[in-house]
Design a protein around this ligand. Structure first.
Ligand code: GNR
Ligand code: NI
Length: 168
């Protein structure tokens, strides 16, 4: 059993822009720990708070093979994106079993606050850059399907609904 339930569309929290965090407190630290446990168990390489029905700008990520380098990001923002773009397959814990190719900048710079409220900057490329963009999209109410044509998006959303019906 994962610690936290992960929402699926059409849950409204997934579509609503999340609110900035004003101050890091114990409840927020516990939320990020619970999100990490849920992410590792899923398993996934990232998780954004709106996916667990918390409308705050909080993300956890670990793209390492060893699953031993958790990153906790508060109020993350992309401050630079490369002109170069790449297409790669993405999945989402809110769209289980659904995958599609998404075109995104290859490299980004992301500013955020860490769990001690210190300002940090990550310069990322490849999978980490992709995951950061995917998670920050969640904070703005955007799913990877929103980057696809309406045809592909509707195909995935219908497939997900059908899969849920079959499972139920
Ligand atoms: O686990 C995940 N894998 C993934 C693969 C390619 C691009 C993005 C991701 S993020 C996803 C977990 C998730 O849904 N985070 O919001
Ligand atoms: Ni996702």
């Amino acid at each position: 059993m994962p610690l936290l339930d992960i929402l699926q569309p059409p849950h409204p929290t997934l579509k609503r822009p999340a609110e900035p965090v004003a101050a890091v407190d114990d409840a927020l630290l516990r939320l990020m720990d619970d999100m990490l446990v849920t992410m590792y168990e899923a398993p996934g390489i990232g998780l954004a708070a709106p996916q667990v029905d918390v409308g705050r700008r909080v993300v956890v990520i670990d793209t390492t093979e060893e699953k031993n380098q958790p990153i906790r990001l508060i109020n993350p923002a992309v401050t630079w994106r490369s002109d170069e773009r790449a297409i790669a397959e993405e999945g989402c814990l809110s769209l289980p079993g659904q995958f599609a190719e998404v075109k995104r900048p290859v490299a980004v710079t992301v500013s955020y606050l860490d769990e001690r409220e210190a300002e940090r900057v990550i310069e990322a490329e490849g999978l980490l850059a992709r995951c950061l963009q995917h998670e920050i999209d969640h904070l703005d109410g955007i799913l990877f399907t929103d980057h696809l044509s309406a045809l592909k998006r509707n195909m995935i959303l219908r497939r997900l609904a059908k899969q849920r019906r079959v499972k139920a």
